[in-house]
Design a protein. Structure first.
Length: 281
């Protein structure tokens, strides 16, 4: 099972920029989307319910804003939205599904970069998210959640670490919170696989897009998001804020990970991130 997470930075714009071509090349079995920024009825007719896909949309109530979705090649067994049954998820931040016995969630953590009011909203969401994650981790089945968490965990996950220490997305308490998520039993599959490949002398450029002038693979990357300012995209001066995290049961089935940098450069400001899981015995 290939699971891909992708913040598309607007589904309508991504479709105009080659989304379909990259989707075919990546060939996920499950696609976790964030920042779709559209109601299904605002999309071209053949993308509301794409041929060959079972689709769940969780758009924000505010048009042109946020929103998540899950696409699956296999039938979707169960699904839910929001962090709790009482959460109507007005911003379309979280959608959960069960597919082939695997629990999956597409998560779009709020950004705090636009001001203090949004940082407070982000921290409120972080506080509520941890209990949700604990429940899923203990649900008694393989579970993977993926998405844009809007936090880089360590200096290796952000090229300009020192100058961003007071920037939302790399604040000390945000990084500590994410570390506690990992420590609670969620495996950061991309980081683990990258480090193993690097230690073995493997090709981190082709698998994870870690290349470029001034890039030292043991210090920099991999990255999944690049600012549109300056030459960050061209020079690969990025952040890793898009994750695929697995509970113990799912991590046992993990095979390898990929970051599809070119798809991000072509279609979004985020790259798709994929993991492959072995079929259940």
């Amino acid at each position: 099972m290939r699971i891909t997470t992708w913040n598309v930075n607007g589904m309508r714009a991504a479709l105009r920029k080659g989304f379909d071509r990259h989707l075919d090349a990546i060939a996920p079995d499950v696609l976790l989307l964030q920042e779709v920024r559209a109601l299904p009825e605002q999309l071209p007719a053949d993308w509301r319910e794409p041929d060959g896909w079972h689709v769940l949309w969780n758009p924000a109530q505010k048009k042109g804003y946020a929103g998540t979705a899950i696409w699956s090649r296999s039938p979707i067994e169960t699904h839910a939205i929001g962090l709790t049954k009482a959460d109507n998820d007005e911003e379309g931040r979280l959608i959960t599904a069960t597919i082939n016995g695997v629990g999956l969630a597409s998560v779009y953590l709020p950004s705090g970069s636009s001001g203090e009011h949004r940082q407070l909203e982000k921290e409120k969401w972080m506080k509520a998210f941890k209990p949700w994650a604990d429940r899923q981790r203990k649900a008694g089945k393989p579970f993977v959640f993926g998405g844009d968490l809007n936090i880089a965990h360590t200096p290796r996950d952000i090229f300009h670490a020192k100058s961003n220490e007071k920037t939302s997305g790399f604040l000390p308490h945000e990084r500590e919170w994410l570390g506690k998520v990992f420590e609670s039993g969620w495996a950061d599959l991309v980081r683990a696989d990258y480090d193993q490949l690097l230690e073995a002398g493997g090709d981190v450029a082709s698998r994870f897009g870690v290349e470029g002038e001034g890039i030292e693979p043991d210090k920099h990357g991999p990255y999944s998001w690049w600012s549109n300012r300056g030459s960050a995209r061209a020079k690969n001066r990025g952040w890793r804020i898009d994750y695929l995290l697995a509970n113990e049961s799912a991590a046992k089935r993990f095979r390898e990970a990929h970051i599809h940098r070119q798809a991000g450069l072509d279609c979004s400001d985020h790259a798709p991130v994929s993991i492959d899981l072995e079929a259940e015995d």
